[in-house]
Write a protein that binds this ligand. Structure first.
Ligand code: SF4
Length: 592
């Protein structure tokens, strides 16, 4: 990392993470890019650092270095968007404690701006930092920074449509992308996934689900397909490959008709097709995913929704998920909270997505499947609610319909009610055992090949700084003892574990060999029988430790005889020489 020479602004990416705004690596969020876009447009020099990079710099250089670094800047701006920073595989969002430390170390003459949902959430929980020249944005952080740059005054500001386009497009080429640690190099591309904002708000803005903040944003405002395509084109120029369409409360109501007049606006297949095909027309695009869908809109407008579903299946990468917010199957909860859809609408939407999306795509995954969200703690809930939820899930499964992901979230505090803990826990256990488990085996069957798995950690489910060292990334670690975890690029990827080391930040293809609770195990295909290790052999089902040892010993013996020549002409000859029965099912693991 280049040490700074003259004072610049420092932009710290504390990561955002909302259902419609992913920003924890490998994602780069849009709000942090807009902040950088403001500086780009104003020709102000700045550095971009992720919170993980900042932590590492402070860890290696010490607190004194951090104080000096923060004293030697023109200004500081940060997005913190994960209210309760959870555990992520590839990055850890900025916490309140870390925010406090940074504010404490920032000298009073340095203007400092913080924005994002975490900042708002912490304020609501009573956090009131006192410091001169510190501003906590409650509207658009980018627009607030722009106002400060223009006037020297801190003032809550909203961006207008023109600024939205300008900062989005400038942000696409900004350091939030070019200096992002997950971008990689031209020779070795990283897994960076560019979250792009398509629109703001929800079509249920007049009478939306009571627990949701989206209706407060008023009538939805859309970006045009051309504007988004141009932004992504610039991001490709900066080296981006993978894109997720975020900022959508419902993919089907993008530019829908009758938003102001109708309870169920009519989906408009044309603009979403223009957007998706426009993005696909650029050869540089790798994985393309989207997110949320509104099942009631789909169910009430089947014809238009069918057309959109076909476009999604045609243009998105396989493994795409449409998260449906049912929240509860209980009619009392539905009524008390003005919920989005009822079980009948939900089932008809799930049927439609399954009809077109359940076939497998080129990476081995179902092309497009619905996800389902439940919320516990909503008003009107009773002990019976959880049985109704479970009954509905069983009905869906009895019909043979697939769901990619069931998300059960608890809400608590003002405006919510206490959760009957015993029934709730039973519901969760039941879902895990009777729904999630069988679904996982159906979605990821034994023997299926999954391609382009990006390897991310060794021996644990959190990526450590050490994992970026050669010890973990060089070819020399391949096949050594340990476990490697990785995921395919895209939204909600399944975690895949392999029982030997694979160089991190590389990609390969695996065969599914087992299922965990929320993960699967696999073994790479096309392993080289001349070089593979004992651990790689042991990972193959049916080859135990003893057999692997026998094979390795036999190969070593043969190698001593033939020296520079291949020890065995093919893998079958190797097995034969070691008196190990060959099984045709083994073929997939070995290079032919
Ligand atoms: S449909 Fe979704 S985005 Fe709209 S109000 Fe309900 S929960 Fe919020």
């Amino acid at each position: 990392m280049v040490e700074q020479t003259s004072p610049k602004w420092l932009i710290l990416d504390g990561y955002e993470d909302e259902p419609a705004a992913f920003g924890v690596p490998p994602y780069v969020g849009f709000h942090i890019r807009y902040l950088c876009g403001v500086l780009e447009q104003a020709n102000i020099d700045y550095d971009y650092l992720t919170i993980d990079q900042w932590r590492e710099l402070v860890r290696t250089n010490g607190d004194e270095w951090a104080r000096n670094r923060l004293s030697n800047i023109e200004g500081f701006a940060c997005i913190a968007g994960a209210v309760v920073p959870g555990r992520y595989l590839r990055g850890t969002p900025l916490s309140l404690k870390e925010t406090r430390n940074i504010i404490q170390e920032l000298p009073a003459h340095v203007p400092a701006l913080f924005g994002g949902w975490a900042i708002r959430g912490w304020r609501q929980q009573g956090w009131t930092p006192l410091r001169k020249n510190l501003f906590l944005a409650v509207q658009d952080t980018d627009a607030t920074l722009h106002t400060y740059i223009q006037t020297g005054e801190w003032k809550h500001t909203r961006r207008n449509a023109e600024q939205w386009t300008q900062w989005a497009q400038a942000g696409a080429l900004s350091k939030a992308v070019t200096d992002h640690p997950d971008l990689g190099t031209e020779e070795k591309r990283g897994p960076l996934t560019y979250e792009v904002e398509v629109y703001q708000g929800c079509v249920r803005y007049k009478r939306g689900c009571k627990f949701c903040i989206e209706p407060k944003k008023g009538i939805p405002i859309w970006r045009t397909p051309e504007d988004i395509i141009e932004e992504v084109r610039r991001a490709h120029d900066a080296g981006v490959q993978h894109v997720r369409l975020g900022g959508m409360t419902d993919t089907y109501t993008y530019m829908a008709e009758g938003v102001q007049e109708l309870e169920y606006p009519v989906p408009n297949p044309e603009p979403i097709a223009r957007l998706l095909h426009g993005l696909r027309n650029d050869d540089r695009l790798g994985i393309l995913h989207t997110d949320n869908g509104n099942p009631s809109i789909i169910a009430e407008n089947i014809e238009e929704s069918e057309e959109i579903t076909k476009t999604l299946v045609e243009t998105l990468s396989d493994g795409a998920v449409l998260s449906f917010g049912l929240e509860s199957a209980d009619p009392s909860v539905h009524e008390a909270n003005w919920l989005n859809c009822d079980p009948a609408q939900l089932k008809s939407a799930i049927r439609l997505i399954n009809k077109y999306g359940s076939g497998r795509g080129e990476r081995g995954l179902p092309k497009l499947l619905p996800g389902l969200n439940f919320i516990a703690g909503l008003n009107g809930e009773s002990e019976a609610t959880y049985q109704l939820n479970l009954d509905l899930l069983h009905e869906i499964r009895r019909e043979g319909l697939l769901l990619r992901r069931i998300n059960i979230r608890q809400v608590e505090g003002e405006g919510f009610q206490d959760i009957p803990q015993k029934q709730f826990n039973m519901f969760k256990t039941n879902v895990r055992d009777t729904i999630d488990g069988p679904l996982l085996e159906e979605l990821f069957p034994m023997g299926e090949i999954l391609s382009d798995v990006h390897w991310e950690t060794h021996d644990g489910r959190t990526r450590l700084i050490a994992h970026q060292n050669e010890k973990h990334t060089a070819e020399s670690c391949r096949g050594k003892a340990g476990i490697t975890f990785g995921r395919q690029i895209g939204a909600y990827p399944i975690l895949i574990g392999v029982e030997y080391h694979i160089p991190l930040e590389s990609q390969s293809n695996v065969v599914i060999t087992g299922h965990g609770a929320r993960s699967i195990t696999g073994v790479e295909i096309n392993l080289d029988h001349e070089r593979m290790t004992q651990k790689q052999l042991e990972a193959i089902p049916g080859i135990g430790e003893k057999t692997a040892w026998k094979l390795i010993t036999q190969r070593a013996k043969q190698k001593r005889k033939v020296r520079d020549e291949p020890a065995f002409e093919n893998v079958e000859a190797w097995f034969k020489a070691a008196s190990v029965d060959w099984n045709d099912e083994h073929s997939v693991y070995f290079k032919s």
